[in-house]
Write a protein that binds this ligand. Sequence first.
Ligand code: FAD
Length: 346
Amino acid sequence: MIEQTSPRVAVVGCGLSGVAAAETLIRQGFSVCIFDMGENPGGRLAVRDIAGTGTAADGEVVDVGAAFFTTSSDDFSARVMDWIARDLARAWFDTCTVIEDAGRRRSSGPMRFAATRGTRSLVVDLVEVLSASPRFELRLATKVQQMRSDLADPRRGTASVTIDGERFDAAILAMPDAQALRILTPDCAPLLASQLATSQWQPTISHTMIFQERTWADDDFWFVNNSDVVASIADNGRRRGTSAPVLVAHSTAELAHAHFDSAQDAGPQMTAAVRAILDITAEPILTLTRRWGLAHPTSAREEECGWDADARIAVCGDGWHGKPRMEAAWLSGKSAALKVLAALSQ
Ligand SMILES: Cc1cc2nc3c(=O)[nH]c(=O)nc-3n(C[C@H](O)[C@H](O)[C@H](O)COP(=O)(O)OP(=O)(O)OC[C@H]3O[C@@H](n4cnc5c(N)ncnc54)[C@H](O)[C@@H]3O)c2cc1C
């Protein structure tokens, strides 16, 4: 049970931005309850565990959401360094192959990091640390339906937020904009709602291919810029450091749009495209296909997060903080928590 003496904040969403917000609030002595409709923490940091194939892939953890992460801020770099020190993450690659109409070239860029046990493990680790606090509560498999702001609650004389009938001092929606919009009632934080309604998000299909053996040229990652079907291919065995014969392709947004109701139907097309690109003659022995309806915003706002001071509701995630990626989600979650801290500490 959460202690009731400190301000109590609801965080909806147990992805990277939600746990970043929760960690910041808990450190400052606040009570936090995270809700997530999923069975597991992590959100788009999702994995599949492979078992029963009778191949070298058994026991493999496959990243079926985010492929890798990069760092540019001191804050997120410190987080990543801690993960590396505890063997939760490792430097994966800074040079990979880019495939274009003009041909194939090697391209160098920032260091891409991978999670040693899959990206979800990073969020699970953060949740485990938070769980040591009596002021932290996590409710998984709990879909929040509606949020209401009681601007001046006459019984308490302060603003509060009600989530599915339960009162909190403030709330943070840590998720893609369209999901946040489904929770906000029309008259609750109207300016925030109009901001959320302007963004556009792209779908992606994640297609995992498990082969009997590795037959493709050694590389970690291929950016595919000349295909209508596949946008990128990751070598999951090299990502994990296991050499398991597993590839994960992400589709173009166009293919995912075309297969809105039937991601599985896109699987054979994606397998064929990957086999052609990497010159693989064998068929995979198993494929796993998953569609992400809200994979990425087409662009992220420069604001660090959304915040309605009157309603005491913040919105955060990778739709904020400049670049739609894990680092932005982390920083945006912390920014949202700082808004709440400042408001409730007055
Ligand atoms: C296929 C794919 C590839 C990607 N590749 C990369 C990459 O290579 N590098 C990179 O940096 N980023 C990548 N990303 C983006 C990265 O995954 C996100 O930036 C990051 O995970 C966002 O975290 P978040 O906490 O903002 O949102 P999410 O992870 O989406 O978390 C939101 C959470 O809110 C929950 N939720 C939503 N509505 C409700 C509700 N009503 N009630 C309760 N819970 C709710 C969801 O269940 C979810 O767990 C990729 C994403 C996808 C999908």
